[in-house]
Design a protein around this ligand. Structure first.
Ligand SMILES: NC(=O)C1=CN([C@@H]2O[C@H](COP(=O)(O)OP(=O)(O)OC[C@H]3O[C@@H](n4cnc5c(N)ncnc54)[C@H](O)[C@@H]3O)[C@@H](O)[C@H]2O)[C@@H](O)CC1
Ligand SMILES: [K+]
Length: 486
């Protein structure tokens, strides 16, 4: 599991750790880890040109001390001081003593010349102390770094992103890799900021014992998902493995029913019940499905319901949604179900409810704009969960899952742009419902499903990548299971 903590929590832990250590020791740990990571990336340091972009805080200090270490290994290191009179004094001195040189950033005539031939640029402009996007001076240097074709390694965070939220207010550095200290920060895992971070490397500086048990953010990895996935025992039968009910599709959108059922078969429930007007289409593709044409509560026992994909917005759709919400089992509401949703009814439920909007649906539920939701994903998912007193899975470039009780938000690391295709959400809702029926908690079911779904899309897209259809994502779910369990 990758975990991330808010900036305030990181600062508090750092204060406790610093009180135990000699002055400056923590920065030396960070710089040593950073220099080692850079040396690993470069392969050869001797004779290599490296440029440091150095801001006014300790983030710049890390870059300077790491630069000094690399200079001692024979690299030709130039530090661009963006605030020359406020650059970390100890770090500046160490770099010069190691043979590195410094350039006055604001008055340098030609950034392109300073960057010429650089193989590596360290972004030490700002770290967790940064506010707002890159300032104009820094912007010029960040652009020069990219134009020089150098590898850009961000120190702790790509400068210009909001460490605690993943928001990007203005311009930010685009890093090829980020070397972060002590713990991940939310901004490294949540888009749009995560998209600026490149490959992540965590350097242990001894912070872990001072961090609280409960992180702000969690990202599952293979082993975590493997531990969550339901595996039938010798004495299992289809009912004990869980039955998931799918209320989806309409005369107009029979395909949504087929895709949601396809997802449900990929999720580990012992049986899938389909309720709605698209039974013929469902049976034609999946003869294993138990179908029912009446109201959901008459369909027979299920351990979880999925309601909404392709349901339309007529009176039948509304009746089916309310019927399912009146049940005493976990309910996942997606797509058209979200448009018809009665918040009071959700708030009154005793069993768990999971809402699975994409940014547009989330925007409608919050009375915000889609752009706003996409720019503030973490805030949006927390607000939705709070307002509806339900768990929420917010789909998108980084899918997030929040419970309504302030627990850690799960962030999915397997997302891929190939999933932005019609019907892929229907597959996800069936898959998640299936895991709910198999007995997983809502946050576990949502995050494990998002993980498998992303992995399946990557497998379906193949090496190098090719467009995929939602039904191919569903077909690749067994491969995703095998990859995770293997
Ligand atoms: N506190 C600690 O114990 C450790 C801190 N470390 C490093 O220290 C960093 C935090 O250092 P600081 O608290 O000094 O903060 P930063 O170095 O992140 O930035 C603060 C400085 O940047 C300026 N600033 C803020 N926003 C800006 C913007 N948009 N553009 C330009 N300048 C801006 C501020 O005026 C302030 O001078 C971490 O990210 C990490 O890199 C590491 O050395 C590990 C140990
Ligand atoms: K930085």
């Amino acid at each position: 599991m990758r975990t991330a903590y808010s900036v305030e929590t990181v600062r508090a832990a750092e204060r406790k750790l610093m009180a135990e250590l000699p002055e400056g020791a923590l920065m030396q740990r960070a710089a040593a880890g950073l220099a080692a990571a850079c040396a690993g990336l470069l392969g050869r340091t001797s004779g290599t040109r490296i440029v440091l972009l150095v801001g006014s805080g300790d983030n710049g200090g890390d870059a300077l001390y790491a630069g000094a270490r690399l200079a001692r290994r024979g690299a030709a290191v130039t530090a661009v001081l963006l605030a020359p009179d406020r650059a970390h004094p100890g770090g500046t001195e160490a770099l010069r003593a190691a043979g590195g040189r410094t350039v006055d950033g604001p008055s340098a005539a030609d950034p392109a010349r300073v960057m010429a031939g650089a193989r590596l640029v360290l972004d030490g402009i700002v770290g967790i102390g940064g506010r707002g996007g890159l300032r104009p001076d820094a912007r010029i240097w960040a652009q020069a770094a990219r134009e020089a074709g150098a590898r850009v390694v961000a120190v702790d965070l790509p400068s210009g992103v909001e460490a605690g939220t993943g928001e990007v207010a203005g311009e930010a550095v685009h890093a090829d890799a980020t070397v972060t200290f002590g713990t991940y920060k939310p901004g490294l895992l949540v888009d749009p900021a995560a998209g600026r971070a490149g490959a992540l490397r965590l350097v242990d500086i001894g912070l872990a014992p001072h961090l609280p048990e409960q992180p702000d953010l969690e990202a599952l990895q293979h082993a975590d998902v493997a531990a969550l996935l339901p595996v039938p025992a010798a004495e299992s039968d289809k009912y004990r493995r869980g039955v998931v009910g799918v209320v989806a599709g309409s005369a107009r959108y029979p395909g949504a029913a087929v895709l949601a059922v396809a997802g449900a078969f990929g999720g580990g429930a012992g049986a899938v019940r389909y309720v709605g007007p698209a039974a013929d289409a469902v049976i034609a593709r999946f003869p294993e499905t138990l179908v029912h044409a009446g109201p959901p509560h008459k369909a027979g026992r299920v351990q979880a319901w999925v309601v909404g994909p392709g349901l339309g917005d007529g009176p039948d759709a509304r009746r089916a949604l309310d019927d399912v919400l009146d049940s005493d089992v976990p309910v996942l509401v997606d797509a058209d179900g979200l448009r018809l949703l009665d918040g009071d009814r959700v708030g009154a439920r005793r069993a768990a409810t999971l809402l699975t909007p994409h940014a547009g649906e989330a925007a409608a539920l919050l009375g915000a704009s889609r752009e706003d939701v996409e720019a503030r994903r973490l805030d949006s998912v927390r607000r939705l969960a709070g307002e509806f007193r339900a768990s929420v899975l917010l789909k998108g470039s980084t899918t997030l899952v929040a419970d309504g009780t302030g627990g850690p938000v799960r962030v999915n690391p397997t997302g891929t742009g190939w999933l932005a295709t019609a019907g892929s959400g229907d597959v996800l809702s069936g898959l998640t419902g299936s895991l709910l029926a198999a007995g997983l908690g809502v946050v576990d079911a949502g995050s494990a499903a998002a993980y498998l779904h992303g992995l399946a899309a990557r497998f379906a897209a193949g090496h190098g990548g090719a467009p995929v259809r939602a039904s191919q994502v569903a077909r690749a779910l067994p491969a995703a299971w095998r990859s995770v369990r293997g």
